[in-house]
Design a protein around this ligand. Structure first.
Ligand code: 3HC
Length: 678
């Protein structure tokens, strides 16, 4: 097998080149090739400096994740990098694309780093439930200081070449199109000078001078890292760089890394990494399916949903024509969009110019005719089949042939909507989640007649607008809401049997959800879909609305809210629930947290199994992608289906039986068989 590493001599400089598509992951052959190349340079007196660069779209994007969990084959990354750093001849990393994880650690082991302006550098290991494992947590603080290293190692977000230069991680920014030549020139300018080694740096002393730095940082990140093991380990590792010798610090990093690697959180997060990428692929749609160019988008409805949907496209530089029924509604909607952008600008995440650029791409209209030349029209109108059919009928009349017509419905039959047009092949569901400009998930609903090019285009477009897409077949509620309804059924049943509604919420918070079902109801508004007749009370929600309890928006829903939106359980609501339970003759009992958790989550897994059996989801991991991105299922458990496998599908079956809840044949079969869904 030919090595992915080759060397080229440029007089006294050896250029070491990696060609390991798609992202130059540091698999065994790459590591071995790098080590050999360094030995080649050291054993040749004519060579006075080394440049390491990559072919293709990026510098090394990290260790090869597919090797994780398999028996290691040497040389390992730390020893390869130690050999590199030990060289007395200057070694220069020439960076383009993304130097991530192990790739950033390669750069840190080099004596100098040059990068093109578009390059990014980062240590995203925490996103895989890990910390850097090739001395990144020890070299980085010694090079750039502990304070600058902490957010990089603990947050995992990459930074631009310019920012990296600002903290001393990059030595020189070079020409976008002359990386190799500039890196060689840089290398020559350093020949004969003592080589600076990051492992011998002293910038980490800021952590020694101010040992409280670590606790302060941990406190500032508390909300973001709740429940995750890796960020805490990352803080420990960087702290070790501030308090221990380099050798001891590396030992500490290795201990923490090994522990995380063998834990369930990292397994779950690595599962998710591949799940997200798999979800964007549709098994029976050929890879080379031609795409429909999307140069202009139409959105029907300028309410919260329509406005949010539009912002995705505007932010990506795609013009949007937004349609409303009245000038008032149009003005209100576009006003809200502007305000949202301005708030983002106030937080420093956008410039005033960018706000104007995005809003400049928006055309408000009251006329369907203005949608005629759109390549994609998404309707975000009221959830009623009659209304949707009318809208699609009109679109069919006015919008050019070959355009995609999408519905943002969250549970209606997309096939029936498609049948209201003469071009059902061009109709698809694009289910955004509220707030649509922020939530990552896009559930793409594939109708019976949806064409391949329509699906392929929508999947590609999802990436352009920064969404994570997963495909669902047509069934009530699709993947996400269909499973949510099973959880909600149990939440309602539990409070009728004696569980307190705040206990139900707490169980989900403890599990790692950002909120429970009753908090969610308060946030969304209890009065959504309410008939507005206070004399007609047949459900708890109707009783709450009749009593003026609409949710967070008026300070009382299931909970009472103070001015700072702090919630406290309400005696009044508990009395309403007790009344309903008495009327229905429900016996009240103490219900344990274990029972609450099992009854909320196991029926979701069962429904997920049914969704798989019916072919409504392509793979179990797609279901995980939906729940992690659309409903706050904790990432570190890998999503409902992966989590169920972790605790054992037989445990789920037994739990459902214990609570007298239905068990699908498919779940039973899988539990009795491999214990796995995919
Ligand atoms: N190992 C193995 N495969 C990888 C990989 C890696 N580190 N990074 C990406 N890939 C694969 C993807 O699975 C995908 O495969 P597919 O085409 O079969 O689906 C393919 O490469 C292309 O990836 P993307 O679709 O993600 O391409 P993008 O252009 O959108 O993004 C990227 C490129 C920014 C590099 C992104 O892939 C990424 O973030 N990769 C992971 C980076 C990372 O986490 N690095 C740290 C690894 S852990 C580590 O280094 C430990 C060390 O400290 C010891």
């Amino acid at each position: 097998m030919t090595s992915p590493i080759r060397t080229e001599r440029h007089d006294n400089v050896l250029v070491v080149i990696s060609d390991n598509p798609p992202v130059n992951a540091l698999g065994q052959a790459v590591r071995a090739g790098l080590k050999d190349a360094i030995e080649e340079a050291l054993s040749d007196d004519a060579i006075e400096a080394v440049v390491i660069r990559c072919d293709g779209r990026t510098f090394f994007a990290g260790a090869d994740i597919t090797e994780f969990g398999k028996p290691p084959v040497g040389p390992n990354l730390p020893e390869t990098l130690d050999a590199m750093e030990a060289s007395d001849k200057p070694v220069i990393a020439a960076i383009h694309g993304t130097a991530l994880g192990g790739g950033c650690e390669v750069a840190l082991a080099c004596h100098y780093r040059v990068a093109v302006p578009s390059a990014k550098l980062g240590l995203p290991e925490v996103k895989l439930g890990l910390i850097p494992g090739a001395a990144g947590t020890q070299r980085l603080p010694r090079l750039v200081g502990t304070e600058a290293a902490l957010p990089l190692v603990v947050g995992g977000n990459p930074i631009s070449a310019k920012k990296a230069q600002g903290i001393g991680l990059v030595d020189e920014i070079v020409g976008e199109d002359s990386l190799e030549a500039d890196a060689i020139a840089f290398a020559r300018s350093r020949i004969g000078q003592p080589v600076p080694r990051a492992s011998e740096g002293t910038a980490n002393e800021d952590g020694v001078r101010d040992p409280d730095l670590f606790d302060r940082f941990r406190a500032s990140q508390a909300r973001r890292i709740r429940g995750f093991d890796a960020p805490n380990a990352a803080i420990e590792a960087v702290k070790a760089a501030g308090t221990m010798s380099y050798v001891e610090g590396v030992k500490k990093e290795r201990e923490l890394f090994t522990e995380l690697m063998s834990g369930t959180q990292s397994a779950a997060m690595r599962h998710y990494f591949f799940a997200e990428r798999a979800a964007n692929k549709i098994d029976d749609v050929p890879k080379d399916t031609p795409l429909i160019p999307i140069k202009k988008v139409g959105v029907i409805g300028a309410g919260t949903m329509g406005g949010g949907i539009s912002m995705n496209f505007l932010s990506a530089g795609i013009p949007v024509t937004i349609l409303e029924m009245s000038q008032d509604a149009l003005d209100r909607g576009t006003g809200t969009m502007r305000k949202n952008y301005e708030n983002t600008a106030k937080k420093g995440r956008m410039t005033a110019d960018q706000v104007e650029q995005a809003m400049g791409l928006l055309t408000p209209t009251l006329s369907y005719d203005d949608l005629a030349d759109c390549d994609l029209v998404i309707e975000a109108v009221y959830e009623s089949m009659d209304v949707k059919k009318e809208v699609f009928g009109k679109l069919d009349e006015v919008v050019k042939q070959g355009a995609i017509l999408a519905s943002n419905t969250s549970y209606l039959d997309v096939n029936e909507i498609a049948a209201a047009t003469q071009r059902p092949g061009y109709v698809v569901g694009m289910h955004f989640f509220s707030p649509a400009n922020i939530m990552k998930l896009l559930e793409v609903v594939r109708g019976e007649k949806t064409r391949d090019d329509v699906l392929a285009t929508v999947m590609k477009l999802s990436k352009t607008i920064g969404k994570v897409a997963a495909v669902s077949g047509v069934c009530p509620g699709f993947i996400g809401n269909r499973m949510l309804s099973k959880r909600q059924e149990q939440a309602n049943a539990l409070i009728m049997e004696g569980a307190k509604y705040w206990e139900v919420d707490e169980v989900l918070l403890d599990f790692g959800f950002p909120m429970g079902p009753f908090q969610m109801a308060d946030l969304a508004g209890i009065d959504i879909g309410w008939h507005r007749d206070p004399s007609k009370v047949t459900t708890i929600r109707e009783a709450l609305c009749a009593g003026g309890r609409f949710g967070q928006k008026n300070g009382k829903g299931f909970y009472d809210y103070d001015e700072a939106r702090q919630r406290t359980p309400s005696d009044e609501v508990q009395a309403i629930i007790a009344d309903f339970a008495a009327t229905e003759g429900k016996e009240q009992r103490e219900i344990s947290k274990d029972e609450i958790r099992e009854r909320l989550l196991y029926p979701m897994v069962n429904e997920g199994a049914k969704i798989l059996e019916e072919g409504m989801a392509q793979r179990a991991s797609d279901i995980d992608v939906v729940w992690i991105n659309g409903y706050g299922w904790p990432l570190y458990t890998g999503g409902p289906m992966f989590w169920a496998q972790t605790i054992g599908l037989d445990t789920v079956v037994e739990g459902l039986e214990k609570h007298d809840l239905p068990v699908s044949n498919y779940l039973r079969e899988r539990a009795a068989g491999s214990g796995k869904f995919d």
